[in-house]
Design a protein around this ligand. Structure first.
Ligand SMILES: [Ca+2]
Length: 85
């Protein structure tokens, strides 16, 4: 497996790991997103509701109240671009 394919699989696995916590494995709820940001990125203290809400609104681009895989990937690629600079 190439490094790129391995990285994509890892991104997908990471999404699945948090998305399945509340039963719906296809989307991230606000709670799941907060946990992911906190655990994986040391971002956004889950106790800081304002910060979590801000992130959630930013990621939930279609405003349906959940973060799907496409919205998650947009976030991750944006993050990659920022970290690369
Ligand atoms: Ca959404």
């Amino acid at each position: 497996m190439s490094n790129l394919i391995a990285a994509i699989a890892l991104l997908s696995d990471t999404f699945d790991k948090y998305a399945k916590e509340d039963g719906d494995g296809k989307t991230l709820s606000k709670k799941e997103l907060a946990k992911m940001l906190h655990t994986e990125l040391s971002l956004s203290d889950t106790k800081n509701k304002g910060e979590t809400d801000k992130f959630f609104k930013l990621l939930d681009q279609d405003g349906d109240g959940v973060v799907d895989f496409t919205e998650y990937i947009v976030f991750v690629t944006s993050l990659a671009a920022i970290l690369k600079e």
